[in-house]
Ligand binder design. Structure first.
Ligand SMILES: Cc1cc2nc3c(=O)[nH]c(=O)nc-3n(C[C@H](O)[C@H](O)[C@H](O)COP(=O)(O)OP(=O)(O)OC[C@H]3O[C@@H](n4cnc5c(N)ncnc54)[C@H](O)[C@@H]3O)c2cc1C
Length: 500
């Protein structure tokens, strides 16, 4: 392993290969530059080091390939803080071609590679033991915005994208609740939010993608151009390619929204009203939260927004009398989109943000949602959640069109997620992870399907079952676009999952 003074702007001292420094002297006072890869020891070779025979064709990068402990440790962790797999190097790409160069070299030598956006996965999804992690944040430019679309690098966060599009009065149709996630990161899993009832998930609003395949080929794909790749990359968990750029649909952004928080003490009443408003589409967004009830047990918060200017009476017509428990507020659309910011800041300040997060999430079919959630909630205490949010709300399945974002059949589907935090007062993280597996198995028995961004390890057989009728095409795409199976092994989909 090497130690070269950082050639990365702003970065710490680093081991690096860059075209610039590659052409310069090949050694510095602090150490040496990576000049190759020794396939017999599977180690990077530094200039001046005694090595066996180096593999031919080691690329020169526009950016930097870092092998220092700092860089490697930083990507051997994520928001879950549950899995720690250390790569042998981190690529900070200086160009898309760097990603293609690295992957071509890696494919020849069986080196695993995973893209990492903002690292907000919960269970090592973007980690790769002994391989190379690509830090996608290095390529993060919004390239073009027109009246109906935006083209941006995959390393751009939704916050940056939204700020740029709002300047033109436009927004992506679906926003996640939290904006500091990368485009590539959410497009690899789905990207869901309150606008799902109209617009599906973020993956349903992609017009085209630029992808580097597992063979290092650069391909632009869309619904009509290389559709096998397009379908395998959206919600494809980085298995068939690294997304480098996305062309996303935009719609006019409302200037302001009226936010309705309707509190229910009764699950059945909450579910009945939630079904009514999702079915008739009177609101722009609909979500729901399970919150501790002051009287003990759980209460249910229906959170809906409207930007139409319709009267409150009209928007609440036909619902049970929620007036006394309704909080209604007006806010700029941007403030609504960033409504979690103060909560996140408080969690960061308290240190809870840095604690383990054994999250779990599933989609439930409408006919079982209420009974299933009711049963789970009756057994759930703060010891199991650490006070983390619990999401429960229906949405319309019709707008969810991408084959790899698996959802149950039926007009309405329910999102049910327990966003656990491990505290000193809660069950230990391992117990929560094991509870996650039990919960998902129970959900599957009633026709539920995981939304796999959480902490619940799955076997290859379970993944095949998860993808169901989409599995044969996914497998075909994997064989075609990542024949060496080097991409994103941290989820154990096509290769067995190693130790955490
Ligand atoms: C606080 C918080 C709030 C969240 N809110 C929501 C929400 O409202 N809705 C929702 O749907 N999800 C939500 N999530 C989950 C989140 O969408 C996923 O965990 C997402 O994958 C994280 O994005 P990231 O940029 O951090 O990706 P990473 O964790 O860096 O990567 C996630 C996966 O995507 C792959 N990947 C990353 N970039 C690329 C790329 N360019 N090309 C190919 N593969 C890539 C990685 O290899 C990995 O498998 C939330 C997570 C957190 C921590």
């Amino acid at each position: 392993m090497t130690a070269q003074r950082g050639s990365t702007p702003g970065g710490p001292a680093a081991s690096a290969v860059s075209r610039r420094c590659f052409l310069r002297r090949s050694a510095t006072a602090a150490g040496a530059i990576v000049v190759g890869f020794d396939p017999s020891t599977r180690a990077w070779a530094a200039a001046g080091q005694q090595t066996g025979s180096l593999a031919r064709g080691f690329p020169a990068f526009d950016g930097a390939l870092r092998t220092d402990a700092g860089a490697r440790l930083a990507v051997a962790d994520d928001f879950g803080h549950l899995v720690h797999r250390r790569p042998m190097a981190v690529l900070e790409p200086g160009s898309v071609e760097d990603i293609a160069r690295l992957i071509r070299f890696a494919a020849r030598h069986g080196i695993s590679v995973a893209a990492r956006g903002e690292g907000h996965s919960a269970f090592g999804q973007s980690q790769v033991r002994g391989g190379v992690v690509i830090d996608m944040r290095r390529l993060a430019r919004v390239h073009r915005i027109d009246a109906a679309s935006v083209e941006a690098d995959a390393g751009v966060t939704w916050r940056t994208l939204l700020d740029a599009t709002l300047e033109r009065g436009l927004t992506p149709p679906v926003l996640t609740d939290y904006q500091d996630l990368s485009l590539g990161g959410t497009l690899s899993v789905g990207g869901i939010g309150g606008a799902g009832l109209r617009h599906g998930a973020q993956v349903d609003n992609v017009l085209a993608l630029d992808v580097v395949t597992g063979e290092g080929l650069r391909v632009r794909c869309s619904r009509t151009r290389s559709p096998l790749l397009f379908d395998a990359v959206l919600a494809g968990r980085g298995q068939c390619g690294v997304i480098t750029r996305a062309v996303l649909k935009l719609i006019p952004a409302p200037a302001a929204v009226r936010l309705f928080d309707l509190l229910y003490v009764d699950l059945a009443a909450f579910a009945a009203d939630a079904r009514i408003v999702v079915r008739d589409g009177r609101f722009d967004t609909v979500q729901g939260l399970v919150v501790p009830s002051p009287a003990g047990g759980w209460a249910y918060l229906l959170e809906a927004t409207s930007s139409t200017g319709r009267a409150d009476d009209e928007l609440l017509a036909g619902l049970r009398d929620v007036r006394s428990e309704a909080a209604i507020s007006d806010m700029p659309f941007a403030a609504y989109a960033k409504r979690l910011d103060p909560i996140v800041e408080a969690q960061q300040a308290s240190g809870d943000w840095a604690r383990p997060h054994p999250w779990v999430g599933a989609w439930l079919p409408d006919r079982h949602a209420e009974a299933f959630a009711g049963r789970v909630l009756s057994e759930l205490t703060l010891r199991d959640t650490g006070g983390g949010p619990i999401l429960l709300y229906p949405t319309r399945s019709q707008a969810f069109t991408r084959p790899l974002l698996r959802v149950p059949a039926g007009e309405l589907i329910w999102q049910f997620s327990i966003l656990r935090t491990t505290l000193a007062t809660t069950a230990p993280a391992e117990e929560m992870v094991s509870d996650n597996r039990v919960l998902l198995a129970r959900a599957r028995r009633v026709g539920g399907i995981d939304y796999p961004v959480g902490a619940a390890p799955a076997s290859q057989r379970e993944w095949a079952r998860h993808y169901g009728r989409a599995w044969p095409a996914f497998l075909r795409a994997k064989r075609r676009y990542d024949p060496q199976r080097i991409l994103a092994p941290g989820q154990g989909i096509f290769t067995p999952l190693g130790r955490p």
